[in-house]
Ligand binder design. Structure first.
Ligand code: PXP
Length: 247
């Protein structure tokens, strides 16, 4: 029997913290939502603490790390504070993102050619904690050899351009991602993906992107949960990741 492997769904719970922070109390409870996501089938929880703690706080990260039983993925820019948090928490995966502190959300991947040496040092430090490392990357196969040289285990493809162009022409929208993912797989790197993935564009990507191991999804999933409920929404995302399904 051929084993079908399906990319893992990691739910980014930053948006839950944004709603909580709007009122200053603890409703919704970020930890409870994360544990419920796991109970409903999510295979990972992602957080992206930012220096101003405007959504996920460093204290949330420490609490979540004690209770999350699936894969815990921490994303962020490798500032000294961020690196010390990683050394305290020792998550399963660290995803490095080159976003400036005031960015609303991540808006570019690493230039691994220019920053190869910097990333190599940072990744060596993170790997001492035992974490797997992934680096956020634009879809460009030319970045893969230098990405590999940094010592990273995986890349996370920045999928905003795919999501934007998907409705006009899915095949054309995905092609640069296929080329980059294939180059990564050929060099022994794992492939994650994230940003603006949703119930419309996820299944096509899951079916056609070589070597996809994991997606991290926040904004659209939380928006869908307003209408569909969290449990149902997670089930629908898992169905969309099943390459044998057409949702
Ligand atoms: N991956 C990275 C590196 C991100 O910064 C984000 C947003 O915080 C995501 C994935 C998830 O994107 P979205 O919220 O659009 O699903």
């Amino acid at each position: 029997m051929v084993e079908i492997t399906q990319a893992k769904l990691s739910v980014n719970v930053n948006k839950i913290a944004t709603i909580r922070n709007a009122r200053g109390g603890n409703n919704p409870n970020v930890l409870q939502v994360a544990l419920d996501c796991e109970r409903f089938g999510a295979q990972g929880i992602t957080v992206h603490p930012r220096p101003d703690e405007r959504h996920i706080r460093y204290s949330d990260v420490i609490e979540l790390a004690q209770h999350v039983t699936t894969e815990f993925n921490i994303e962020g820019y490798p500032s000294e504070d961020f690196l010390q948090l990683i050394e305290t928490v020792k998550p399963h995966q660290v995803t490095l993102v080159p976003d400036p502190p005031d960015a609303i959300t991540s808006n570019a991947g690493w230039d691994t050619i220019t920053h190869q040496e910097y990333l190599t040092q940072i990744i060596a430090r993170i790997k001492k904690t035992g974490a797997r490392v992934s680096i956020f990357l634009n879809p460009n196969p030319e970045l893969i050899p230098s990405a590999k040289a940094t010592g990273t285990d995986r890349i996370e493809l920045y999928t905003e351009a795919y999501a934007t162009q998907f409705h006009q022409n899915p095949e054309q929208a995905l092609q640069p991602y296929i080329n980059t993912a294939q180059a990564a797989v050929n060099m022994g790197l794992g492939v994650n993906a994230g940003h603006d993935l949703d119930l419309h564009n996820l299944n096509y990507m899951a079916k056609n992107l070589p070597g996809l191991l994991e997606v991290s999804i926040g904004h659209a999933l939380v928006c869908d949960a307003l209408y569909l409920g969290l449990q149902n929404t997670i089930q629908m995302y898992l169905r969309a990741l099943n390459t044998q399904n057409t949702p």
